[in-house]
Design a protein around this ligand. Structure first.
Ligand SMILES: [Zn+2]
Length: 272
């Protein structure tokens, strides 16, 4: 009798313990979900939206969902791309090429701002294109190394099938047909992040974003290897271009469109 009562009490105790544990687990899961949603909201809210088809300096901005690709005319039926978008099939890019009565083989080169998958998606569609990137980014683009951001470090590391044909150096100018591309190392978002200056248009990739008022922010924490290094790179880039500010017409952000106040928004960010 006593043993039976004891067993029942133990059962009740166990049931209560299970219930309490479940409550704690549910609370922790809820807090985690709230934290992740808040992080994504902080990262994505307030960004200026991408205007598909925006033209600046003879370059056309093509929206591919959350990210943009730039199509730079290189003469003689050829173009150069800045980044290759999120869509592996490259539909938005191919549509822009066909609007120009061009096919995928018209892409002579693709300059990659960095190796995150939303910037390299459609590379495989452009068989004639030479893929170009800073040396420090090659491992990430080819899938031999992982990124180091709080979230990006969770991405699987596996070969992407992409081969970087030409490694770039900071400060060099690369000529492809009639297109001239100046290369700037802006490490931080990733180790080999690059900015490119073409026809007076400065492509910042994910090194920075802008809001509707043209106020810049550095690369978002959850996706970035090193935010402090990113900021230092942007400050240095503003200093390097200060002497030729009259020649910089616009800034292009991979996830937040175009600003046409010249170098000023970057200078304002760098000096605040
Ligand atoms: Zn990125």
């Amino acid at each position: 009798m006593i043993a039976e009562r004891g067993a029942r009490a133990l059962e009740r105790y166990n049931a209560a313990l299970v219930k309490r544990t479940l409550k704690i687990v549910a609370l922790v899961v809820l807090l985690l979900v709230v934290a992740v949603v808040a992080l994504f909201a902080i990262t994505f809210m307030g960004r200026q939206s991408i205007t598909d088809g925006f033209e600046v300096g003879g370059i056309r901005i093509v929206a591919d969902g959350i990210v943009s690709v730039a199509v730079v005319p290189a003469g003689q039926g050829q173009v150069v791309l800045i980044d290759a978008g999120n869509d592996n099939a490259g539909q938005a890019i191919l549509a822009e090429l066909s609007r120009r009565q061009l096919g995928p083989d018209a892409v002579a080169a693709i300059f990659i701002t960095h190796g995150h998958p939303d910037h390299t998606g459609a590379i495989g569609q452009f068989r004639k294109a030479q893929v170009m990137a800073l040396e420090a980014e090659v491992g990430l683009i080819e899938g031999r190394e992982g990124a180091r951001g709080p979230l990006t470090r969770l991405f699987p590391v596996r070969p992407t099938g992409v081969k970087v044909a030409r490694t770039l150096r900071d400060s060099e100018t690369v000529t492809v047909g009639e297109a001239q591309v100046r290369v700037f190392a802006v490490p931080g978002h990733t180790a080999g992040s690059a900015a490119y200056l073409v026809n007076g248009v400065l492509f910042l990739g994910d090194a920075a974003d802008t809001n509707d008022a043209g106020e810049l922010s550095g690369s978002p924490w959850i996706f970035s290897d090193n935010q402090a290094q990113d900021r230092a790179s942007l400050v240095r880039l503003a200093q390097r271009l200060d002497g030729e500010r009259a020649d910089v017409k616009a800034l292009v952000f991979a996830h937040s469109g175009v600003r046409t106040e010249g170098l000023a928004p970057l200078t304002a960010f760098a000096t605040k």
